[in-house]
Design a protein around this ligand. Structure first.
Ligand code: HEC
Ligand code: HEC
Ligand code: HEC
Ligand code: HEC
Ligand code: HEC
Ligand code: HEC
Length: 438
């Protein structure tokens, strides 16, 4: 009798254990989500934190903002070439006076016949770097920032985005996505807490009622038995029906998770976030026929397509529609040296590698094939699913653009000897895991 009662007491604890498990796994996810946010958030702030030595942290900070607003679309602070050279250690290559002259007006310096200026201009295929009307102090702060980054590059996390011309907009986008995840988690936690409170209250009510009935004493034998049975959770677990239901729920959840994982199904397809400025591709790329690469300058040259800095907008909007409140926002961003915080639309997970120039320049794929009719969109929306299946489908169905590319000539001959089908992207290794995964 006593041992039986004891068992009932312990089985009574089982639901709590289950709830604890659910609860803790919900919490275990929260830090992960925070980790993502942390990574995105820390990158811009880090230089300020680590800049105690040498130049004033404020100056470096200022330089960083100026650099991110005006230079990142063409330069990295590491060794990578984006459009112009990587600026790591440029303060060692060139004197400060030279740098000031160059950034203020590089073409004047080139025309003056300066040897270094002419050399670097020729080396970079005679591309013109824009002029920047900054004060000497502002320029020195940029140089201080470059110096600091050359000596102690910010966090190892930065290179994943930094050298490829990441803009502040991208980081804001990542943040926004992280925040959505955070809210969902919070909701989940609140729900679980409510559930627990509910279960506890019910259990308390049940036990109070039971005690009351027991105290009454004038129960029939059958009623007494029922009272005992109700508290015996072991019976519930033994019940076939309960086991089947629990098993089914488990299987459904598992299948759902694995489908999501394997297919990465279009969670973001159609994603069209509101942007801080009502910039319209329909107006610019459609009606006014401005070339995509007038703004996305690196799309044919590097792996990532940059988002234009406010300076590029000013090429026209220093004259056009100056009074419009939307254009005023661009002015304010420039005055405050704050990048426009565009929300990122397209975003592959870190584990996948995608290269724009490989597709646009080498492959000759049109922007619209992947991004849809951007030139008709008032607000950019994600057109393609951006899943692994989508990448591979195209690689299986698209012939390689081999024309006029000597590199491919031998490969094509080899392929024709060996097999029947057309020389598609997949024949050249376009479905090998390592091509897309680090
Ligand atoms: C639109 C692209 C573009 C932007 C924006 C740009 N640059 Fe350049 N930069 C270049 C190119 C291209 C070169 C290589 C020289 C040439 O072709 O004129 C260069 C060269 C340089 C050099 C000389 C490097 C060396 O090794 O001698 C420095 C320094 C430099 N840029 C600094 C800056 C700074 C600072 C900014 C931001 C205020 C900036 N650039 C913005 C394209 C750009
Ligand atoms: C006048 C400058 C300008 C031109 C021209 C332009 N864009 Fe953009 N593009 C932007 C700006 C600014 C953004 C960021 C704001 C937004 O998403 O609307 C952007 C965003 C995008 C995005 C979404 C980036 C992300 O966050 O994932 C794509 C894709 C894109 N542009 C493709 C194109 C294509 C294709 C063309 C040519 C048909 C083009 N753009 C022409 C300025 C321009
Ligand atoms: C090559 C020139 C050019 C560039 C570069 C350019 N725009 Fe424009 N933009 C225009 C023209 C032309 C109009 C249409 C003006 C009109 O309707 O009279 C316009 C209109 C706009 C409008 C609508 C203004 C209104 O109130 O009607 C916004 C907002 C805008 N641009 C934002 C931007 C942003 C942001 C950038 C930088 C990413 C940019 N533009 C770059 C030429 C340009
Ligand atoms: C083969 C498909 C494909 C083609 C063609 C393509 N893009 Fe993209 N684009 C992508 C993918 C995938 C991403 C997301 C990349 C990421 O998150 O790393 C992207 C992202 C972007 C972005 C956001 C910034 C970035 O680099 O992540 C811009 C802007 C953009 N594309 C513009 C263009 C323009 C302009 C063209 C045409 C000149 C073009 N794209 C052609 C697939 C393509
Ligand atoms: C619309 C068709 C299309 C889509 C979608 C597409 N690609 Fe490609 N991809 C191509 C073509 C065409 C080439 C061949 C370019 C060339 O000639 O080298 C290529 C080549 C590549 C290569 C180089 C392969 C090699 O053998 O060197 C990689 C890596 C790659 N793509 C990654 C991706 C990733 C990642 C995605 C999805 C995010 C993607 N592609 C989506 C058409 C596509
Ligand atoms: C043409 C490019 C490409 C090739 C080839 C490729 N992948 Fe992927 N893979 C991607 C992209 C893009 C994603 C991210 C999109 C997504 O989550 O659906 C991805 C996602 C994944 C994921 C993560 C799924 C998730 O939801 O987190 C795994 C695992 C994976 N790939 C394994 C492989 C293996 C194994 C191979 C070789 C047999 C391979 N991939 C070949 C482009 C490619």
């Amino acid at each position: 009798m006593i041992s039986c009662k004891k068992r009932a007491k312990y089985t009574f604890l089982l639901p709590f254990l289950f709830i604890f498990f659910v609860f803790s796994s919900a919490f275990a996810q929260a830090p992960q989500e925070m980790g993502v946010e942390g990574k995105a958030g820390v990158t811009p702030a880090a230089p300020a934190a680590g800049a105690g030595d040498g130049a004033d942290a404020g100056v470096i900070d200022n330089g960083m903002t100026l650099f991110k607003n005006n230079c990142t679309q063409c330069h990295s602070v590491g060794a990578d070439v984006v459009v112009g050279p990587g600026l790591q250690d440029v303060h060692k290559r060139r004197s400060e006076a030279w740098l000031l002259k160059w950034i203020k007006n590089s073409s004047a310096l080139i025309q003056s016949g300066d040897k270094d200026a002419v050399a670097v201009f020729n080396q970079y295929a005679k591309q013109q770097m824009p002029s920047f009307a900054f004060s000497d102090d502002e320029l020195k702060s940029i140089i201080a920032y470059i110096k600091k980054e050359s000596e102690s590059p910010t966090a190892a996390a930065a290179p994943s985005a930094g050298p490829e011309g990441a803009t502040a907009g991208e980081k804001v986008g990542e943040n926004a996505i992280g925040n959505v995840g955070g809210t969902v988690d919070l909701l989940l936690i609140v729900l679980v807490v409510v559930l627990i409170v509910l279960v506890i209250t019910l259990l308390i009510i049940a036990s109070v009622l039971k005690n009351y009935l027991k105290g009454k004493g004038d129960l029939t034998g059958a009623e007494q038995e029922m009272l005992e049975r109700r508290t015996n959770f072991a019976n519930i677990y033994k019940s076939k029906a309960v086991r089947i239901i629990v098993g089914l729920i488990f299987v459904v959840v598992l299948v759902d998770i694995s489908i999501d994982k394997v297919m990465g199904i279009g969670i973001h397809q159609g994603y069209a976030p509101r942007q801080p400025i009502a910039f319209s591709h329909k107006l610019h790329a459609g009606d006014h026929q401005i070339n995509c690469n007038y703004c996305h300058t690196s799309v044919y040259k590097s792996s990532s397509a940059n988002i234009p800095s406010a300076n590029i907008c000013m090429n026209c909007h220093s004259q056009i529609k100056k009074e419009s409140p939307e254009i005023q926002k661009i002015y304010r961003a420039i005055e405050n040296n704050k990048p426009i915080e565009w929300v990122r639309v397209h975003n592959l997970p870190d584990l996948a590698y995608f290269n724009h120039s490989q597709h646009t320049k080498v492959g000759g794929v049109e922007c619209q094939t992947c991004h849809g009719p951007i030139e008709t969109m008032e607000v950019v929306a994600q057109y393609s699913p951006l899943t692994m299946g989508w990448c591979i489908d195209c690689h299986r169905n698209t012939p390689l653009n081999t024309e006029g590319n000597a590199y491919y000539d031998n490969l094509v001959k080899l392929h024709e000897k060996q097999s029947k089908g057309a020389f598609i992207v997949a024949s050249n290794g376009g479905t090998e895991c390592s091509k897309c995964h680090y």
